[in-house]
Design a protein around this ligand. Structure first.
Ligand code: PSU
Ligand code: MN
Length: 330
């Protein structure tokens, strides 16, 4: 290697160390993601806790494959993020998706605090919103699609159960597309913590729109900002990036009308699930997966169907955002 080449490599490594919490060369990319990166084409990151801990097999596999297809149909490249046997993957092939979907809750729910443990011990992990953000940012991805983010749990003012997702959104400049957070959470307090952490929150819709509550389109909590168009969202994210803010943008997309579950119906079920979790003393990282399962059972799969449909819709919106953002960035 020439001296110049060596120096270039050294300075690239220095740059990587300087700007990323993780070196990009520690990541394994799928072929299509690698190609998209080379051509500066838009890539959309996807989390994998939703596959391992959020849905049962085989619905989780079907969802994981379909959501990737929707992203491709909308012109972007999907990058499902996960840790397989200690390797960080950005973009999985079908057999890796299959393994992850089958491993399910036997794999580790991996948020930022779990990353080092899962990687060092060569374990397999589904990455949460926070874990996925760390790896997607290291991979240079700008847009990330999920179903629902974690938040402040009810009674969080006593338990301090505040999802690492909220803190990550405050320190990682990614645009995260979601359907709000479930009413298993305290949505008002979730918004307060996001504001404290400097996260820009906008909801697709007209002035006065509420933060969506995952299964329901409304939560009773007003969104701090609204975006009537995809172009508006892309402009916000682009400006966030230009300003060099280290914080992220949360884009809330209400579940499509035809798949929404009325609050009057779902809230009762959520209350029962919360009461059961309290009785069984379910805490920490087990809380969200437990509640999701309880709700899916109590609604006889209706909540699972809604969950899947809102992810598909978010994938479409997220890809459109990624496409517009790529045009602005060129
Ligand atoms: N909400 C869902 N489905 C999910 C999750 C949240 O509707 O699968 C997952 C996401 O990966 C999210 C994580 O990042 O749960 C939050 O977990 P906790 O509440 O333990 O922070
Ligand atoms: Mn928690």
């Amino acid at each position: 290697m020439t001296i110049t080449g060596f120096n270039t490599l050294r300075s690239m490594k220095w740059l990587a160390r300087r700007f990323y919490s993780m070196r990009p060369d520690q990541i394994l990319y799928s072929k299509e993601v690698l190609q998209a990166k080379e051509n500066a084409n838009p890539v959309v990151a996807l989390e994998s806790t939703i596959i391992t801990h959020g849905m049962p097999y085989p619905a989780n596999l079907e969802m994981a494959k379909t959501v990737e297809q929707i992203i491709r149909e909308n012109g972007a490249v999907p990058a499902t993020v996960a840790i397989v046997n200690g390797n960080c993957h950005v973009g999985l092939n079908d057999s890796q998706l299959e393994i992850l979907a089958q491993t399910g809750t036997k794999s580790h729910k991996t948020s930022r605090r779990d990353l080092a443990v899962v990687i060092a011990r060569k374990l397999t992990g589904g990455t949460t919103v926070s874990g996925t953000m760390v790896l997607a940012h290291a991979a240079g991805i700008k847009v990330f699609v999920t179903g629902g983010i974690g938040g402040v749990h009810r009674e969080g003012e006593h338990t301090m159960d505040i999802s690492a997702d909220l803190i990550e959104l405050g320190r990682t400049p990614l645009a995260v597309v979601c359907a709000g957070s479930k009413s298993i959470l305290d949505i008002q307090r979730t918004m307060e913590v996001l504001e404290t952490n400097g996260v820009t929150v906008t909801t697709m819709g007209e002035t006065g729109v509420q933060i969506p509550a995952f299964y329901a389109r409304e939560s009773g909590v007003l969104s701090p900002f609204n975006s009537p168009t995809i172009t508006d969202v892309a402009n916000l994210v682009y400006t966030n990036n230009i300003l060099g803010l280290k914080s992220g943008t949360l884009i809330c997309v209400p579940i499509p009308h035809e798949h929404a579950i009325p609050s009057s119906f779902i809230n009762n079920i959520i209350d029962n699930a919360l009461a059961k979790a309290k009785k069984l003393d379910i805490k920490g990282k087990d809380c969200t997966p437990f509640l999701l399962k309880e709700i899916a059972e109590a609604t006889k799969g209706l909540s699972l169907k809604a969950n899947i449909e809102l992810v598909y819709h978010n994938a479409k919106v997220g890809s459109q955002i990624a496409m517009e953002l790529a045009m602005l960035s060129k």
